[in-house]
Structure formats: structure tokens, C-alpha cells
Design a protein around this ligand. Structure first.
Ligand SMILES: Nc1ncnc2c1ncn2[C@@H]1O[C@H](COP(=O)(O)OP(=O)(O)OP(=O)(O)O)[C@@H](O)[C@H]1O
Ligand SMILES: [Mg+2]
Length: 314
């Protein structure tokens, strides 16, 4: 399989599968993903708990654990990260080309290190800035870009509020001057008021610095604010892809409808544990027929939307 590496893409995935070994067998948490993200654009990955969002996001960020099993290809900013069923280039992109805004800043910031030192470390290790005066100027710009006062630099993580911690992690993610930021559930620990502020901040800073953005969320309400495009994942597969506005206005896959309308709550409580063949969603789908026991084809529509559903293929 030859993947044509193209300059205009921040992310190119071809037949990408990611699995974890479990008692001798492999549980494929992400299956057969084909994905291209243009440089400077923004993509939301949505889906319920366990659908493989974080596993895919970690692959893009070069953060897969050493025991992970891989298949297919992944190219990040022209760097081959996964090839021939091996992770070969994660070190080249992690924390340099791609940085990650974590889900839970309170537990991801080192509790024994002052915030200022965290910035000095990133600037020295990633960008080679050793002169304190130059680093200090850079830190002031980063802190002000995320709307924080400089006092925060002298604090330890436990002294910060939830909103302040998340702003610090955003500024730390920017400190490396990345080409791509992966934000994994960046608002899940925030109240509704702060949620809006933080997603707008991530969107505005990515636009300002021309950074490609991947936002992982199970909260469909933030997708329209932060991203242009969206993929919907269910049990490790991408079942629909398109512009956020198009999917929210007229979802093509029944699982996208379920997420958007939050209807069908009784059947939503049923979660298949493993892929049993056919359409990933058929065990839960209100429209399932015998046809759905076979894997649906990936339908590519003229407006760039993609969906895997027999109802659309008919
Ligand atoms: N390190 C790991 N070892 C073994 N299995 C894992 C590991 N990480 C994730 N999994 C499994 O892979 C599947 C996908 O998990 P993942 O964390 O990627 O989903 P998610 O969509 O991010 O879920 P959530 O919304 O709960 O964060 C789950 O079934 C999970 O149990
Ligand atoms: Mg997750």
C-alpha cells in the first residue's frame, strides 16, 4: 500500500487500525480509518465513551503506548509516523510538530513544579531557547495570549482554578510553536460559562497562529463553535464525515442523528463491547435490516461528505 504524501495535509491516515493486546488477542480500538486533514483546518472527533477518539487522537499526537498494535499508515505534516504495521516516527512529532491539550489539566500538570518553570522547560527543550531574558519575553506573550495575569507564573498547579489550569495547558501547548494541536475533551471539567470561553480561545488562537486543530469531544454542542469539519466515531469506526453544519442540519448516519437529537435513549444504553462483523452500529440501530449484517460501503457524496450506511447506499 503506497500513501501519496501530500504537502497540503496536516494529517493523512490510510486504513489505520490501532489495537490493544488483551489476553493474547488484540482489541482493535480504532479500525480502518481513512482521514485527511488539510493544513490550518479544524476537525472535531465525536462519539460516545469507548468509541476510540482518544486512541486516534493519541496516534496523531505521537502518544501511543509502546504495547499498542498498529496497521495501515499515518503521516503527520509529511512525517511517516506509522508504516508497515510499525510506529516509526512518533518521536519526531510528539511535543514538537503536534502538542496536546489534555482532558484533565489538574492531573497532567506536575504538582511540584511552578508554572513558570514548565514554560522555561518547553522553550529550552523544544525550541532551544536558553537565554532567560528571551524566554521570559516569550512566556509573557504566551500568558497574555490566553488571558492570564503574570502572577500565575509563580503558582503551583494546585493553586489554580479549573479555568486557569486549562488556560495554562493551552499556553504550554502553544509554547512549542506546533503545527497541530490535539485537544482531548478540553471542556469536560468546566462549567457551561467557562466552556464557551475556552473553546473560543482554542479556536481563535489556532486561527491566529495557523495551527491545524483536532478537537475530541462527546459534546456535540461545542463542535459548531470550534470546528469546520467533523467525523463521527462508533466502536472504533468513522461512520460519517462532513462539515459540522451539514451533519448537524441533516445527519446521514442514524448514529449521528442519535448523538444530535439525544433521542432513542433506551437503545442508547446498549453498548456492544466488540465488533461482531457487519455495520458497527447495527445492534443498536432503529433502522437495522438483514443487509446490515454485511459491512456497509463507504459512500462518498459529491459535496465531500462520507457515510458508511446501507440506507444511504441503497
Ligand atoms: N491503554 C489501553 N489499554 C487497553 N485498552 C485500552 C487502552 N486505552 C483505551 N483502551 C480501550 O480502547 C477503547 C477505546 O478507548 P478510547 O479511550 O480511545 O475511547 P474514547 O472514545 O476516547 O472514550 P472516552 O470518551 O471515554 O474518553 C475502549 O474500549 C478502551 O477500553
Ligand atoms: Mg477519550
Amino acid at each position: 500500500m503506497v500513501l501519496n504524501v501530500k504537502k497540503e495535509f496536516a494529517v493523512q491516515a490510510e486504513a489505520l487500525s490501532l489495537g490493544y493486546e488483551d489476553l493474547g488477542s488484540v482489541f482493535w480500538a480504532v479500525r480502518d480509518v481513512h482521514l485527511e486533514i488539510e493544513k490550518g483546518s479544524s476537525l472535531c472527533i465525536v462519539g460516545e465513551s469507548g468509541s476510540g477518539k482518544t486512541t486516534l487522537g493519541n496516534a496523531i499526537a505521537g502518544l501511543l503506548p509502546p504495547y499498542v498494535r498498529v496497521a495501515g499508515k499515518l503521516v503527520i505534516e509529511g512525517v511517516e509516523v506509522i508504516k508497515d504495521s510499525r510506529v516509526i516516527g512518533a518521536n519526531k512529532i510528539r511535543g514538537r510538530i503536534v502538542t496536546k491539550i489534555p482532558q484533565n489539566p489538574a492531573t497532567s500538570l506536575n504538582p511540584y513544579v511552578r508554572i513558570e518553570q514548565m514554560f522555561y522547560d518547553v522553550l529550552r527543550d523544544v525550541r532551544g531557547i536558553r537565554e532567560k531574558r528571551i524566554a521570559r519575553e516569550e512566556i509573557s506573550k504566551l500568558v497574555s495570549a490566553v488571558g492570564l495575569e503574570e502572577d500565575v507564573l509563580y503558582m503551583y498547579p494546585h493553586e489554580l482554578s479549573g479555568g486557569m489550569s486549562q488556560r495554562v495547558t493551552i499556553a504550554l501547548a502553544l509554547a512549542s510553536k506546533p503545527s497541530i494541536i490535539v485537544a482531548d475533551e478540553p471542556t469536560s471539567n468546566l462549567d457551561a460559562y467557562l466552556k464557551g470561553h475556552i473553546v473560543r480561545l482554542i479556536r481563535d488562537l489556532s486561527d491566529k497562529f495557523g495551527i491545524s486543530l483536532v478537537v475530541i469531544t462527546h459534546d456535540i454542542s461545542i463542535t459548531e463553535v470550534v470546528c469546520k469539519d467533523m467525523v463521527v466515531m462508533f466502536l472504533g469506526e468513522i461512520v460519517e464525515r462532513g462539515h459540522v453544519k451539514d451533519i448537524i442540519r441533516a445527519p446521514l448516519h442514524p448514529y449521528s442523528s442519535e448523538l444530535i437529537e439525544a433521542v432513542n435513549l433506551e437503545s442508547a444504553s446498549y453498548k456492544p463491547k466488540k465488533y461482531a462483523g457487519g455495520c458497527v452500529y447495527h445492534a443498536r440501530c432503529p433502522h437495522a435490516s438483514n443487509e446490515c449484517l454485511k459491512p456497509p460501503p463507504l459512500l462518498k457524496l459529491s459535496d465531500g461528505r462520507e457515510v458508511k450506511c446501507w440506507r444511504q447506499a441503497r
